[in-house]
Design a protein around this ligand. Structure first.
Ligand code: FES
Length: 523
């Protein structure tokens, strides 16, 4: 395991997820011939792997395709809490969608905790699963009432909760709510063994295999980046942001959000529990034993992707917070995640559109992908196997908009239009005068480019018009990436795609060599 000391290393040396650094990589084959299966699953995160496991177990022939490597997308960058405590959610769902629907949400998420525990036990998977209480707290007077309302709502829905005014941790609070019997785990230690149960008997996992087109017919054809095809009767799109929209208008209904995690070692013993606050900026805490050290994962600082000026500051803020609560020895890992949030904070899981019979989607888990993602996989496996599932209605992607959803639809899409307009009227510099490891927007001959100088001093320029629908990208100084403020696509400094929905890389111009993307890549 590779670790670095926070005080002496530059940030990129230790920007890595503990979950990925502490487990072996995977090496599944690339699709190199046309194949036919019953169900194709696009995306090898918690939804894809869990649904694949369930469908294969039921005798279905499946193929999971993953653009890079499995469990290295958002599932590899989580805080890995398995909890039905999702901030202040139940009171809001009861108010906007009613008691029955809120009960479905609570049951689905509570059910995920038991499902993960049972599956790990059944398959003898040692994934550091631990039952623990989850504490949600506030340091502000104005949220005391909200916490009380949430306690009332959760109790009505059958979740065991209790209000308290003291935490077993060094935080001075006004009020808190405990959810008993929640859990945490190591997501890759759980999902990599689960994935191993899938290949064989006509089922497959393919890595480095990207879906670039979906064609509908008697069977659905997925065309991959290497030109090979998968024919399937049903398709699950579990690619985080749906790689195929099918007129479902997911672009307008999902907001991209980034949040940050640091893993620190501390001198004192961390109490039994997981913690999260209600107010902004967000603060989340949990422990993880890595064998030598007890790590504390400190998360939070969420913001809409590519909004805000400096990204490094989020890690600094988390370190300051950690130092205010603990005697910190070292910060060993730092990573960030991208989540998609729906208009009403409830994921979209089910048929891609109300007219679509054979293509399913699972997206918009907010920051609660471990429980929501597991519930989504179980729901979709049931639908495909023709079984009833009690949570269909709450997650239905074609559900009517609540008043909360309408309001957010307007706000988010106004923001997208604003970014497009701003990008056309702002002017930039005339010279490329930047330091090593620095990135920013420059203007050359009246055209704007994203400029980055690497550690060797080589200058990289990219077109900064997002290849999705054309918003102007912003520089993320912490991760050396170009991020889109509209729908959250992200690109490396040399134009490769880090996150969709964009499916085409950026034109890249390197000092001394101009490397234009091919026509297909340029769309
Ligand atoms: Fe939609 Fe960039 S992700 S315009």
């Amino acid at each position: 395991m590779d670790k670095s000391n926070s005080t002496s290393q530059s940030i990129e040396n230790y920007l890595k997820s503990y979950w990925i650094a502490s487990t072996p990589g995977t090496n599944y084959p690339t699709l190199n011939e046309d194949i036919k299966v019953d169900v194709a699953i696009i995306g090898g995160g918690i939804v894809g792997i869990t649904a694949g496991y369930l469908l294969k177990k039921a005798g279905t022939k499946i193929a999971i395709i993953e653009a890079s490597h499995i469990v290295q997308g958002t599932t590899g960058f989580t805080t890995a809490k398995i909890t039905s405590q999702h901030h202040l959610v139940y009171d809001k769902i009861i108010a906007s969608m009613g008691m029955n629907i809120a009960k479905q949400y609570a049951d689905a998420n509570e059910g995920s905790i038991g499902f993960i525990e049972d599956t790990a036990n059944k398959l003898n998977i040692d994934c550091d699963f631990q039952r623990l209480p989850a504490y949600m707290y506030t340091k502000e007077q104005k949220y005391i009432k909200e916490i009380e309302k949430e306690a009332e709502a959760a109790l009505k829905l059958g979740i065991k909760v209790k209000c308290i005014d003291k935490l077993p941790i060094n935080l001075d609070i006004k009020s808190a709510l405990i959810f008993e019997n929640q859990a945490q785990f190591h997501p890759r230690k759980y999902l990599l063994p689960l994935a191993k149960t899938i290949p064989g008997d006509g089922s497959h996992i393919f890595e480095n295999t990207e879906a670039v087109e979906i064609e509908k017919g008697n069977l659905i054809t997925i065309i991959t980046d290497k030109g090979k095809k998968i024919l399937a009767s049903k398709v699950i799109i579990a690619s985080h942001f749906p790689c195929y929209d099918g007129m479902g208008l997911y672009l307008a209904r999902l907001k991209p959000q980034r949040s940050y995690v640091i893993a620190t070692s501390i001198k004192e013993k961390f109490p039994k529990g997981m913690f999260i606050n209600v107010e902004d900026p967000g603060r989340s805490l949990r422990a993880q034993n890595d064998g030598e050290n007890q790590l504390v994962l400190v998360g939070g600082e969420g913001h809409k992707t590519a909004h805000g000026d400096s990204f490094k500051i989020h890690y600094d803020n988390l370190e300051k917070f950690a130092q205010s609560v603990f005697s910190v020895k070292d910060t060993l890992y730092k990573w960030s995640a991208q989540d998609y949030i729906t208009l009403d904070n409830v994921p979209y899981v089910g048929k891609l559109t109300s007219q679509e019979e054979n293509i399913y989607v699972a997206t918009g888990f907010g920051e609660w992908g471990m429980t929501n993602g597991t519930a989504a996989a179980r729901l979709l496996a049931d639908k495909i196997l023709g079984k009833d599932n009690p949570w269909e209605e709450v997650f239905n992607p074609s559900r009517p908009f609540s008043s909360v959803a309408y309001k957010r639809l307007f706000t988010e899409n106004f923001d997208v239009v604003k970014e497009l307009i701003i990008s056309k009227i702002k002017s930039g510099d005339d010279e490329i005068n930047i330091k090593c490891s620095e990135g920013r927007i420059v203007e050359l001959d009246g055209n704007k480019y994203g400029a980055y100088k690497d550690d060797e001093g080589t200058l990289h320029l990219v077109d900064i018009t997002c290849t999705h629908v054309g918003c102007e990208l912003k520089w993320n100084d912490a991760e050396k990436s170009w991020d889109c403020p509209c729908h959250g696509s992200r690109f490396t400094y040399d134009g490769e795609i880090l996150e969709g929905p964009a499916t085409h890389k950026l034109n890249h111009y390197k000092e001394g060599k101009i490397g234009r993307a091919s026509c297909r890549e340029r769309g």
